[in-house]
Every structure is written in C-alpha cells, then in structure tokens.
Design a protein around this ligand. Structure first.
Ligand code: ADP
Ligand code: MG
Length: 729
C-alpha cells in the first residue's frame, strides 16, 4: 500500500491554519525593529561613529579601525538588548541562497568566566573556512582562503538570536567570489556613467542610484505531500506526474481569495518582513493553483537584493511553521505556469528625478528619452549576455514554455514612447536641423508626459518591458539571486552611457550645439537598436519567426547561452567598467557550467531511482493483479466467453509491459550516458554532454511513467499526484 502518500493525504484533512499575531496593529510601530538602521545608530553610536557610517554609505568613504571599534560596540549593545547571542557575516556565495557561520559574542575574561565581546576587527573582516563554495577555479589559482568584508551600505539585522552583518566575499587577492561584490561595482559604474550624462541636462546631479523592485513568485505545497515526493525534496521540481484534470484552465486561482492556511502564512511572513525592514507591499494568488506572489516597495539595488535573499530564507522557515514547503523552482510542475522574479529597475538622481519617468518639460523629457534609448541600445548589444545572466537549469523549463518570454531578448516600449522614437528617427536630419524642425521636435517631446500617464499600456509577454517609470526584466527566474541579472544590466547600461557621451562630446567639439548633438546620436542609436523593439505577442510562433528574420538570437540551451561570458567584447566591457576582471568572469562562467551539470546530474539520479524503485515495482504489482484476474476468468469461463471478458485486460497487460520495458531500458541508457559524460574533462564540455546526451532522457522516461500513472490502480500509486499537490492547502 502506498502508505506515505495516503498518510499525508489523511493528515491534510486535519490541518488547521496556525494562529498568528502581528507584533503591533500599526506596521510603522515596529517596522525595522530588528535592523540596525540610522535611527538606532544615532542612539547607540557616538556622534563621530555615526557620521563615519553615514559618510561611508552616502559617499563611499572608508571607516578606520578606531571608528569600526566604536560601531562594533554600539552594534553589539543593540543586538544583545534584542536577544542576540551570536553574530555572523552574511554573504551571497555563487550557489543558490546565502551563507552564514555563527560565532558567539563571548571572550574569555581571564578569570575563568566570559564577557560579551565583539570588535571592529571582527565586524570589518573575517576569514570563514568557506573553501567549499564554488569559485570557478579562482581560489585554486590564487589563494585558498576566502574573506568576508563588511558592506556598510546594507544595515545589519537580527534573525532569531543571531546578528547578521551583510558582507562581500572575496579571495585573498581580491577576486569576487560572490554576487554582492560585482553588484556594488556595477552600481558604482552606472552611477558614474549616468551622472556624466545627466550633466548635459542638470549640473546639480552628483549621484545616480540604481533601484530594484523584485516580485517574488512561489508555490506552497503541503509539507506531508512534499515529503512523499523525493523528486520535489531533492530537485525542487516534479520529475514526473500526469497533469491534473483541472489545473489553471479556468483562471480561477489568479487574484482569487487566498485560502485561510495560506493567509496565516502570509501574515506571519509579512510580520517578519516588517521587523526586518523589508517593505512587503503586495500579496496575491498567481495564475497556477497554489502559486503566490510577494512584492515589496522598490529600494536601492544592493539593499533590495539583500532583502530578496533574506526573504527567500525566511519564507522557507515560516513555511515549515505552517506545515508548508515553499517552492522557488521556476517550473515545479510541467504543463502549468512556472515562477519568475520580475526585476523592476530604474535610475534616480540625488535631485529626486527618476530618469525613466517622463518629465515636466522638453528638457527633462529629452533626458528621459536619452536614458530610454541608451538602455535599448545596451539591451540590443547585450542580448546574449542578458540571456546568459538569467538562463539556468531550472529557468530553461520556464522560458519559452508559453507562459513566459521565450529565449529571445526583446524590449517592449508601448505605443507612445515608440512613436516618439520613430519621430526622432524621421525628423532629425543628418545635417543641421532647421529652427522649425527643432521647435517641432521639442514641442512634441514636451507633450510626452500627459500622453504617457494615460497610456501606460502593459505587455506581459515581453522579457524586458518599459512600464511607465521603469524597465521590468521579466525573464529573471524565481529561484536565483537577482545579482546575476542586475550585474549584467547595470554594467551594460553604464557602458552604453559612456559610449553615448563620447559620441555627443565629439559632435559638440565639431561645433554642433548640445541639444542637436544629443538628437543626432539618439537617432543613430534608435536606428541601430531597432531590431530589439517588439510590442507584439512575445509568446507567439510568429515572433520566433520574425525575431530570426530580424537577426535576434534565440538560444534555449544553457551551455550555449553561457558562451556569452566568453565573448571578447563582453570580457572587455566588464573589465573596463571595473565590474569583473577577465579572471573573475571566467570563474563565474565555470561555476555556471558546473551548477548546470550538477543539477541535471541530480535530476537524472533521482529520476532513475524513483523509476526503478517506486514506479516499476508498482506497475509490476498492478500487472500481476491483472494477470491473476485474467487467469481466474480463464478458469471459470469458456474459451469464447474468456476472449470477450478479458481481451481488453490482456491488451492492458501488454501496454504496461511496454511502458515498464521502456522505463527500464531508458534508465539504463541514461546511466550509460552519464558515465560517458562524467569522465569528460572541463566543466563546459561536461555541461554540453549533460545537456545533449543526458537531459533528453528525463523527458523520455517521464513520458512512460506518466502513462503508467493513468493506468495503475490509484490505491497502489506511491507518489502524491498533481491534483493532490496543487489543490491541497
Ligand atoms: P506588476 O505585477 O503589475 O508588475 P507589482 O505591484 O506586482 O506590479 O510589482 C511592481 C514592482 O515594481 C514593485 O516591486 C514596485 O516596488 C516596483 N516599482 C515600482 N516603481 C518602480 C521604480 N520606479 N523603480 C523600480 N521599481 C519600481
Ligand atoms: Mg511586474
């Protein structure tokens, strides 16, 4: 009997929502109570120490050891008052998730006792024994040790009884081994390049900040059912399972009323978010059954990304409290929608201007168009890099699977902005503009804001969409660190803004007036990047065809997509923008090839196990029951009656045999393919082998198992079915 499955289903009947209470009725009363933010710093730090931290955050100055000691003392006092007994450097290695290693706040006092200790040295830098984190060979080449170093720009926080200090993770010789280091560098690069361009429009701009508003999609699955699905537990997705007779056809889950057990979970989660200063704003049901989303108010890029990583961590913990498991996999269930993490991205200035918001006059609108056009050009030039930054073993199942953008990168602008760009393209001549032309185009640009406000049309099929005051990179996967995508995007835009400035300055030097020079360069960029603009249905087959005609790339294979990191232009760009050195970039690509290979390897092993140990024996058991039954009929009835009564069953026995044989044969072949792949030298080559020779078996084997699921007695089937996983809550 399939007891694990049936026990889990039985328990489900008795599950009740967990009682939850918020820390206070009014959110602002406790928002950020577990964060060592500026308010708390003011209270716990000396004036000088406070100033040093603020200066370090706002102006990227360094904090000397003496000040660091003072900060550490204040931080420790606050943390202990709030129940912390330990501290940890908290960082984002190149795996999925974050890393921490806790140390107690104790020092021996020399009298046989202990005192609570914590110093500036321990705050500023540590050397965790983290040699098992992936580095793509960087640490072997340079120095085995990895260091964590305090990221002053992201405030420390308390989880449970541990003070968490956000840090970067680098090798002894300074190579980045994490997502945060290059993310900070990319923010700095885009800041510098954007400030320089803003000078054409407003001399008061001295800082440009990149912002990120992520939208985290996820599934909740009952913990008991999850445990009965080894594939979910070990790979994050179902490797088999026939589709449920009902799933999302009726669209009755999207924005539907939230089930009470889930509501309790969400309230609990938001409560924790608020204590940790994560500005959770929106919650709703998503398209697929048991799929949900949480979106915060957007924040500065690095902080926003820390918050997303922290959120994913607390989501897992809180889900357990409510008898759920949370799934971040991009495609946990075949045939229904997967999960993404849309990255809403914008740039804002110290003068309070969003550079992607149309302004109030022609001048600020020209600035707006400048940033939009340069972003388009950056996306056009870097389509392969952007794809590489988001394509993973799990996200490959989502992209192109009709509810998500395909592996073609395109940008949606909406009709009004598109018209504006067409207008510039058609009006700006190659020679000098006449005064009339100038007036006409400026008038037109001046009209933009009113038009836009009423026309923020949306296109949910575009991987990179302009949504009125920001771009939304929708192809990012739900399970990943957004750092990867944001490093690529910000670096690409920074580089393009730099090129733009060189072009404009050159024209100005040749005696062309500033505005006209800007128009001329914009026109050139609009023409060059035209192919990337697409406002139609990105899920359609026609688009695949048209994109090919336009010369856009369409790469669904992860190893092939990762080749973008080896492109000479990309290597040079990352190097010149001081985001990733060639060595760091190569290391990163290595890590990605390795991650891809390992994920497929694990899936293949798990599927092989389940197929042989769970599915084949179950199918054989049922087949035996049928054989017994047929034999019995034969004993009782005449030859003629027998054919009539048992003929169909005999066919079924044959069908089952066919599927069993196919499963066994294909599992065997898959193992053989793995053996060949495993001895190939080099992560890249191995990844290709897994992609081409192992991966296809996953689908093949699944096909036969899913057929068996439809035939075999429900009572015997060992694994929770899709209808149970998706409709139990
Ligand atoms: P939708 O699903 O329609 O895109 P959501 O409300 O789910 O809308 O998510 C919108 C996200 O965009 C939120 O995280 C929000 O904070 C973010 N956002 C809004 N304005 C900006 C902006 N100017 N820059 C960056 N992110 C933004
Ligand atoms: Mg969105």
């Amino acid at each position: 009997m399939a007891t694990v499955r049936f026990n889990a289903l039985q328990n489900l009947v008795e599950r009740q929502p967990v009682e939850v209470t918020r820390d206070a009725n009014v959110t602002s009363d406790y928002f950020g109570k577990l964060v060592f933010d500026r308010h708390k710093m003011q209270k716990y730090l000396s004036k000088d120490a406070f100033k040093a931290v603020v200066n370090a955050v706002d102006n990227a100055t360094t904090i000397d050891r003496k000040m660091a000691d003072q900060v550490a003392t204040g931080m420790k006092a606050w943390a202990i008052e709030n129940g912390a007994t330990h501290y940890t450097h908290w960082f984002h290695p190149l795996t999925d998730g974050t890393a921490e290693k806790h140390d107690a706040f104790i020092d021996l006092d020399g009298q046989g006792g202990v005192v609570e200790g914590f110093s500036g040295k321990l705050l500023a830098q540590q050397e965790p024994d983290a040699s098992s984190f992936p580095s793509g060979g960087i640490r072997q080449t340079f120095e085995a040790r990895g260091y964590t170093a305090w990221d002053v720009s992201s405030p420390a926080f308390i989880v449970g009884t541990t003070l968490c200090i956000p840090t970067i993770f680098i090798s002894y010789t300074g190579e980045a081994l994490d997502y945060k280091t290059p993310l900070l560098r990319a923010s700095a690069a885009v800041d510098k390049a954007a400030v320089a361009v803003c000078q054409y429009f407003d001399k008061n701009v001295s800082k440009v900040q990149a912002n990120l508003g992520w939208e985290q999609e996820y599934f909740l699955v009952d913990a008991g059912l999850y445990q009965a699905r080894p594939d979910l537990a070990l790979t994050g997705r179902t490797l088999m399972g026939h589709s449920s007779s009902k799933d999302q056809q009726l669209d009755d889950h999207y924005f539907g009323s939230i089930p009470s057990r889930v509501t309790a979970y969400m309230i609990d989660l938001e409560n924790e978010c608020y204590r940790l200063g994560i500005p959770a704003k929106t919650r709703h049901n998503e398209v697929a059954p048991n799929q949900f989303e949480l979106a915060p108010i957007y924040e500065e890029l690095n902080l926003a990304n820390d918050h997303n990583q922290l959120l994913m961590d607390i989501m897992k913990k809180i889900a357990r409290r409510h008898g759920f498991r949370v799934l971040f996999h991009e495609k946990p269930f075949a045939g229904i929608n997967g999960s993404g993490k849309h990255n809403n991205w914008s740039l804002t200035t110290n003068t309070g201007v969003n550079l992607y918001s149309p302004g109030k006059n022609p001048k600020s609108n020209l600035q707006f168009l400048t940033f939009v056009v340069n972003t388009l050009k950056a996306v056009f030039d870097n389509q392969d890099l952007l794809r590489a930054s988001i394509l993973t073993a799990s996200n490959q199942h989502r992209l192109g699977a009709n509810e998500a953008p395909p592996s073609i990168i395109s940008a949606f602008l909406g009709s009004e902005v598109s018209k504006m760009l067409d207008h510039i393209e058609n009006t700006v001549g190659d020679g000098k503009m006449t005064p009339d032309e100038k007036t006409a185009i400026k008038m037109d640009i001046g009209r933009l804001p009113e038009i836009l406000l009423d026309n923020t049309d949306r296109n949910r099929t575009s991987p990179f969409a302009f949504t009125g005051n920001r771009f939304e990179f929708r192809a990012v996967g739900s399970s990943v660190n957004s750092g990867s995508a944001m490093i690529a995007l910000n670096t690409a835009v920074a580089k393009q803004l730099q090129l733009f400035k060189v072009d404009v300055d050159k024209l100005i030097e040749e005696g062309i007036k500033k505005d006209e020079a800007i128009f001329q360069v914009l026109k050139k960029l609009i023409i060059e990047s035209k192919a990337i603009r697409f406002d139609g249905n990105g899920y359609s087959d026609e688009w695949v065809q048209e994109a090919a005609e336009r010369g856009l790339t369409n790469i669904g294979s992860v190893p092939e997509a990762l080749e973008a990191y080896a492109d000479e232009r990309v290597i040079k760009m990352f190097d010149e923008m001081n985001v990733l050195s060639p060595v760091e970039l190569e290391g990163r690509a290595e890590v990605e090839y390795e991650k891809f290979m390992k994920k497929i390897q694990i899936e293949a092993r798990v599927l092989g196990d389940l197929a042989i140990n769970h599915i084949v024996p179950t199918a054989v058991k049922y087949q035996t029951m049928l054989i017994e039954n047929v034999k019995g009929i034969k004993d009782i009835f005449s030859e003629e009656e027998f054919e009539q009564l048992a003929g169909a069953r005999k066919e079924l026995i044959k069908t089952i045999s066919g599927h069993i044989s196919a499963v066994k044969a294909k599992v065997h072949e898959m193992i053989e393919a793995r053996k060949v792949a495993n001895v190939i030298e080099g992560e890249r080559e191995k990844a290709y082998a897994y992609d081409k020779t192992v991966s296809p078996y996953l689908e093949d084997i699944r096909y036969h198992i899913d057929k068996l699921e439809l035939i075999v007695d429900n009572e015997l089937w060992p694994l929770p079915k899709y209808r149970e996983l998706l409709f139990s809550r």
